[in-house]
Ligand binder design. Structure first.
Ligand code: GDP
Ligand code: MG
Length: 457
């Protein structure tokens, strides 16, 4: 673990729960003898030697002038069996912001400084409590927006990716060992070097890494909420369809063109997957200023969406406006819908190249078929129970760099390069991989990483 890095050894404190009024707030302290340092704030019934063992005590806390502040639950975790690996104390107090601030002030008056974002996790990492991937997964777990992401990051926290990295590291070490043994004892040709076998082993390592990178890309796609935007001329029934899909009256429906002048977004759940659905202002020439802005926004959504629901009114012919808008959506994933089919069922040959879905927005079955087509086009039917784990940007970069070095080593071996050089490339691959778990990582990167964490974590 990154023991070469300078460690901060001073005591730190922070509120670990969000600022604001709550039933309970948790203040956390870490550092050598942090409990002893705040002893003067606590009831005299708590003795110095108590801090040598793990305990939970219901007690009272005072400010530095002995004025009582609150009844608290005090938890003590002596090093090294704590989250950070240092002495850790947790104070559970009542969740009044005034109180929390007073308690923090009292703690600071005891010579304990306020922690910066991620300092607790950073200490846990530096003290070998977890590797960098696990530390990062804590923050990702906090930021998770879906149960899927929660499960994924919990697995990471439990060392799932770290184990894969270690396995690759061992494979590389074995290959390197074989080459180095040959370099050290070249005359010993009883066990002459089987270059083909080495090559196969390198290819296998490369394949494992490549597979992880691809898998991660797939998960990234899964973890994102796809964006679907409803587009069409005014009055074709966009807002009606929007409401019908969501089973609400969220968007105002009217027979007056230009009713939806802005855009409206809601989360729609189809087959257990979330889709961000946007109802836009109808796009028409010569709108007023407000509507014009809405239209501009609609065009922006066009380019950012994963699926466009292009709506056409069955009662009207294929107008120039339809044509213009349709052209704008060319080349993008698009579901062509002819609405108000209940009013006019005469099929016109508007579009030869694309079979439209003909619907009435007031018909539940038709709405169901729109959802089915959306699910198919957005590939929502993928098995979300299947557990894949994604790499974050930093981890992905380390994996790609490692793969680059493995491929280079393989190419060198195939082209009969000097074995010393092949060994050098493999060592390079191992170093790059080591950055992933943080065995080898520089201080600036660490500071940057942990500064993005929540305060108190
Ligand atoms: N008959 C019929 N009328 C519809 C249908 N969909 C929408 N409408 C009507 O068309 C008008 C315009 O609808 P609206 O959703 O406001 O259109 P938007 O401007 O595209 O958002 C309203 O009077 C709706 O009731 C449909 O499938 N059938
Ligand atoms: Mg509308």
């Amino acid at each position: 673990m990154g023991v070469f890095l300078n460690r901060d050894t001073d005591c730190i404190c922070a509120l670990a729960t969000p600022w604001g009024r709550s039933a309970i707030a948790v203040i956390r302290l870490s550092g050598l003898h942090c409990g002893l340092k705040i002893k003067t704030l606590l009831s005299p019934s708590i003795k110095d030697e108590d801090f040598k063992t793990k305990f939970v005590r219901f007690t009272k806390i005072h400010d530095h002038q002995s004025n009582p502040l609150d009844q608290i639950l005090l938890l003590n975790f002596p090093h090294p069996r704590s989250f950070t690996g240092e002495d850790v104390v947790e104070i559970q107090c009542h969740g009044s912001p005034v109180l929390v601030e007073a308690i923090l002030n009292a703690i600071v008056s005891c010579g304990i400084r306020l922690a910066e974002g991620g300092e607790f996790s950073k200490r846990a990492f530096l003290n070998g409590k977890m590797d960098l991937i696990q530390a990062e997964s804590i923050q990702q777990l906090i930021e998770a927006n879906s149960l899927r992401a929660v499960r994924e990051n919990l697995q990471k926290l439990e060392g799932f990716i770290s184990q894969i990295v270690q396995k690759i590291q061992t494979q590389l070490m074995n290959i390197l060992g074989t080459i180095e043994a040959h370099l050290d004892f070249p005359e010993d040709d009883i066990d002459s070097l089987d270059k083909d076998q080495l090559c196969r082993e390198l290819v296998a390592v490369g394949a494992t890494i490549g597979e992880k990178i691809r898998e991660s890309q797939r998960v990234e796609h899964l973890s994102r909420i796809p964006h679907c935007v409803i587009i069409g001329r005014p009055n074709v029934g966009k807002s009606t369809l929007f409401n019908a899909l969501l089973e609400t009256k969220r968007s105002i429906v009217s027979d007056k063109a230009g009713t939806t002048r802005d855009y409206i977004q809601e989360i729609l759940t189809i087959q257990g997957s979330q889709v961000l659905l946007t109802d836009t202002a109808g796009i028409r020439p010569n709108p007023d200023a407000i509507e014009g802005e809405g239209i501009e926004k609609s065009l922006e959504f066009l380019h950012a969406s994963d699926l466009i629901l292009f709506i056409k009114d069955a009662c009207m012919g294929w107008t120039q406006e339809d044509e213009n808008l349709f052209k704008m959506t060319d080349g993008r994933p698009r579901l062509f819908i002819i609405n108000k089919y209940d009013v006019n069922q005469h099929t016109e040959h508007w579009m030869d190249q694309e079979t439209p879905l003909k619907i009435c927005s007031h018909n539940a079955e038709d709405i169901q078929s729109v959802k089915l087509r959306m699910a198919a086009m957005l590939k929502l039917e993928m098995d979300h129970q299947e557990m894949f784990i994604s790499l974050n940007q930093r981890q992905n970069h380390c994996m790609k760099e490692t793969l680059g070095s493995v491929i280079a080593a393989e190419a060198l071996l195939v082209h009969g390069a000097d074995l010393e050089i092949v060994a050098l490339k493999i060592r390079e691959a191992m170093e790059k991989l080591a950055q992933m778990t943080g065995v080898s990582v520089d201080k600036a990167l660490l500071d940057h990483l942990f500064s993005q964490f929540c305060i108190g974590k």
